[in-house]
Design a protein around this ligand. Structure first.
Ligand code: C2E
Ligand code: CA
Ligand code: CA
Ligand code: CA
Length: 279
């Protein structure tokens, strides 16, 4: 029996080790991938509900792995967070977005705002504002063409700090979006004087507005409150015409979602933007 026990323990250990090893593997290849600059951006349009025009883009990272192909963030963001590599990754992504803005400007396309997702790990670096500043200076772009998406939970972790940093970025002309709003613990009162421009309502909320009366009432209340506070509201993950109609009835201004477009590679978004100018 001893042998048996030994074996089952060994089996258990082995399974745990595999998981740990897997994380090590991802962490190690993330490190290599960062050095080799294997990450690219896909862009999802942000759309004005009233006019159906593209008014901005969200940059979403993809890992263009030499052997495994295109890898989506759900497969590596958490390891990047745990290892702290997310700081380098997000800095690199911000730089890529700025370079893209510049490239379109050089090509003579109408300017379009790009938002990037910033991890709380990077936000909490003491020199984050300086880092952003130097990227803006190096790429020579207008800061008002960049937005930063911070999750509600990240902003609330240390309110005073977030208040200060987001305020400084905003003074430079960068727009601030509070991402995944409604997903975590939301206290609406802090929003009163928080330095943000847009409330981005989480998909899980949008999913339920047509099927759940309470959710639609909350959605309406959030939108009304945001208006009273002079904030724009963007609904994410809009997939159906019914959802869009309801959001429009509630006077929500902007949306993103598969209904209009999935995040797409740069070439496709460029074509979409060129179409926009023709109209
Ligand atoms: P997020 O910031 O909330 O981004 C929205 C996610 O929902 C994206 O997934 C997007 O492709 C997806 N989405 C958009 N519209 C729809 C829709 O109508 N239906 C459905 N089912 N999904 C929709 P993605 O690109 O896989 O990114 C997942 C998450 O990974 C992001 O959630 C964000 O938290 C994180 N992430 C992505 N790129 C970055 C990055 O550059 N830096 C950091 N720190 N996190 C990132
Ligand atoms: Ca986001
Ligand atoms: Ca979001
Ligand atoms: Ca979300």
């Amino acid at each position: 029996t001893k042998e048996k026990e030994g074996n089952s323990y060994q089996f258990y250990d082995c399974k745990m080790n595999n998981q740990i090893e897997k994380k090590f593997d991802i962490a190690e290849s993330l490190r290599v991938g960062l050095e080799k600059r294997e990450f690219i951006l896909h862009y999802q349009p942000k759309v004005d509900i009233k006019t159906d025009k593209v008014i901005g883009l969200e940059a979403l990272v993809r890992w263009n792995h030499p052997e495994k192909g295109l890898i989506y963030p759900n497969n590596f963001i958490s390891v990047a967070e745990e290892t702290g590599l997310i700081k380098k990754l997000d800095e690199y992504i911000l730089e890529l977005a700025c370079i893209q803005v510049k490239e379109w400007e050089d090509k003579g396309l109408d300017p379009v705002n790009i938002s990037v997702n910033i991890s709380p790990k990077l936000l909490n670096e003491s020199n984050f504002v300086e880092k952003v500043e130097s990227i803006l200076i190096n790429t020579k772009i207008d800061p008002s063409l960049i937005s930063i998406e911070i999750t509600e939970t990240a902003a609330m972790r240390d309110k005073e700090y977030a208040y200060k940093v987001l305020g400084q970025l905003r003074l430079k002309g960068i727009r601030i979006l509070l991402d995944d709003f409604g997903k975590g613990y939301s206290s609406l009162s802090y929003l009163k004087d928080f330095p943000i421009d847009v409330l981005k309502i989480d998909k899980s909320f949008v999913d339920e507005i047509c099927s759940n009366n309470i959710n639609s009432a909350i959605m309406r209340a959030i939108i009304d409150m945001a208006k009273a506070l002079n904030l724009k509201v963007l609904a994410e993950g809009v997939e159906t015409q019914e959802q869009l109609k309801l959001l429009n009835d509630f006077n929500c201004e902007e949306y993103q979602g598969y209904l209009f477009s999935k995040p797409v590679p740069v070439k496709e978004i460029e074509d979409m933007l060129k179409e926009r100018y023709k109209k």
